[in-house]
Design a protein around this ligand. Structure first.
Ligand SMILES: Nc1ncnc2c1ncn2[C@@H]1O[C@H](COP(=O)(O)OP(=O)(O)OP(=O)(O)O)[C@@H](O)[C@H]1O
Ligand SMILES: [Mg+2]
Length: 248
């Protein structure tokens, strides 16, 4: 049987994007900045994850980094998916460009460069060569050192990750990040699956900042917005967690 190829498309915010799509990212940015400015000592390292593969973590990570950069923030996006990082493909960076895995192996080697993505105004660290022991590398003290250095050099460090229900790496990474954003794909994931992700994150005392509802089609849902899709963000911990919410 021929292998079916997964088509990966970057839905970047640009002049062709709907007003609602762009505004939803600005709202996400505003909420993150609010939390960061009022977080009583919490830092600037954010992790984007989801319950299962394909919910849009990498798309959300790139658009969030871009939106923060548009606001003049110094942002570095780090591909922490050491099993099948895909950010380099979205950002047109050659596979095997040295990145996070080399940095973890040699945390004091400053020759491994952080890449500047000129057209989006943020910096980028690809996953690099995929290691045989991703969980151990993500949980290592070297990883903590890499993130600490980045945290001191940038306003925001955005970590794109593997899905939390699928592998241990992501919950291990929680110990080194300041906040977690859970991407939930509309109509692609069950409530129980999202609740399992919530439980897994809670078990490692993750600081879950909120949920991004992705791939929500306002038109399909009979909303009167006339836009194709948009994101919504709400604080974790309120009533109705795991249910759909819609922004006005
Ligand atoms: N808001 C959106 N509207 C429509 N399609 C989307 C949206 N967000 C993501 N997608 C599509 O969903 C697919 C998966 O997106 P993405 O690679 O960002 O997910 P992921 O969670 O990072 O996946 P993985 O778990 O494999 O790393 C891609 O084809 C992407 O184009
Ligand atoms: Mg991804």
């Amino acid at each position: 049987m021929p292998k079916s190829k997964i088509v990966r498309q970057l839905n970047i915010i640009d002049e062709k994007s709907s007003f609602a799509y762009v505004e939803a990212y600005k709202t996400l940015r505003a909420n993150i900045q609010y939390v960061h400015n009022n977080n009583s000592g919490r830092g600037n390292v954010l992790m984007i994850t989801s319950s299962i593969p394909g919910e849009g973590k990498s798309n959300v990570s790139i658009n969030l980094a871009y939106t923060l950069a548009q606001d003049g923030k110094r942002v570095v996006l780090v591909d922490c998916d050491l099993r099948k990082g895909t950010l380099h493909r979205y950002l047109d960076i050659p596979a095997l460009t040295p990145g996070l895995s080399s940095m973890i192996e040699n945390p004091d080697d400053n020759s491994i460069k952080v890449l500047r993505i000129q057209k989006y105004g943020f910096c980028f660290i690809p996953c690099g060569a995929l290691p045989e022991n991703p969980s151990e590398m993500i949980g290592s003290s070297s990883m903590s050192k890499v993130l600490s250095k980045l945290s001191a050099s940038f306003d925001y460090v955005i970590c794109d990750t593997a899905p939390v229900n699928a592998v241990a790496d992501t919950s291990i990474l929680c110990r080194y990040v300041d906040g977690v954003i859970l991407v939930v794909s509309h109509n692609e994931v069950t409530r129980n699956t999202v609740l399992l992700a919530k439980e897994t994150l809670e078990n490692v005392n993750a600081n879950v900042l909120g949920v991004v509802l992705n791939k929500y089609d306002a038109k399909d849902a009979g909303e009167d917005y006339g836009y194709y899709s948009y994101y919504n963000y709400h604080y974790y911990g309120g009533e109705g967690y795991g249910e759909e919410t819609k922004s006005e």
